[in-house]
Design a protein around this ligand. Sequence first.
Ligand code: FAD
Length: 352
Amino acid sequence: MIKTDILIIGAGPTGLFAVFEAGLLQLKCHLIDALPQPGGQCSEIYPKKPIYDIPGYPEVLAGDLVDNLMEQIKPFQPGFTLGERAETIEKLEDDTFIVTTNKGTKHHAPVVAIAGGLGSFEPRKPLLDNLSKYEDNGVAYMIKEPEVYRDKKVLIAGGGDSALDWSIFLADVASEVTLVHRRNEFRGALDSVEKVQQLKNEGKINLITPAEVVGLKGEETLEMVSVKDTSTDEVTDIEVDNFIPLFGLSPKLGPIGDWGLEIEKNAIKVDNTLDYQTNIPGIYAIGDVNTYPGKLKLILCGFHEATLMCQSAYQRIFPDKKYVMKYTTVGGVTGFDGSKKEAPKAVVKAID
Ligand SMILES: Cc1cc2nc3c(=O)[nH]c(=O)nc-3n(C[C@H](O)[C@H](O)[C@H](O)COP(=O)(O)OP(=O)(O)OC[C@H]3O[C@@H](n4cnc5c(N)ncnc54)[C@H](O)[C@@H]3O)c2cc1C
């Protein structure tokens, strides 16, 4: 069981910055994200797009903003459960929570902050009869750890950047890489398309277009993928260890929608007059996932909401301690690991 002070669901910019604000108050955080990497929409949808409305940055690439946030929260040593979706929540008698993921990982915390953005990004799956039989038995929809594919025969399907980039990357890792796409043209970046073409010419990628995967075979684990050449309708069985359809991800509020929270237009209603708490005390919702009068879905607003949430979370965790926040400073504090590394800390004035 993973234990923490604030369990943050969603490692987008809002969730990441919440770790910093919590750390200033000496609260530990653990983040769960369905994606294999932190950064939410910034990493998944537009890492190379410049953002112009982050205070202090006239211009910053979304991917660089995420890197900077990760650097900023490093002293506070957050824990991460990545590539797993928060599925269920249970409130215990002492008003703390246990959140369990779709892979069964359990997290225990007195405060849960949902920073789930547009929702968890769910993979678009191909329509194949026995697909679910091979999920985690040869079929995967995202690549969490490329080393898993070392010396394996891998078949990737898709025509976007993910399919192209991973085919290029795995060409040096897997023993065999086959890329199947239903069109001859790809949607991904031109230089990636050219690189795939080059690797095909060098015999490092087996490129099959226009084609689609029409069947999966194997006793218990995946052994064979049937690929149909859509220009001739000819079907060929290809021996594989892994099939990775990369057809994109679509966000869904998903299981959080069934947690008894007040939902309005696919977003979680919160009290914006105080602390972004939901209708369930101890569960907060911050960033794009929440709604209140005048809500703006901007990174800047998520940062603000995360800051106020942490103040309220502190009071919930330490109901007997009363303080007034003065300002944030740096230095003079030992890192969470007890080392001499200095972590920023909030200057607070005790009033009790
Ligand atoms: C193309 C584009 C351009 C944009 N440009 C700007 C801009 O210039 N300036 C600006 O301020 N904003 C911009 N935005 C909006 C900005 O990206 C969002 O406001 C911001 O990403 C919200 O951050 P967040 O952390 O709240 O949510 P997200 O970034 O959506 O992150 C939420 C995370 O929660 C995870 N999650 C959700 N549910 C679960 C679950 N059940 N279990 C586990 N994980 C879960 C998701 O996988 C995701 O990683 C842009 C958005 C897009 C799409």
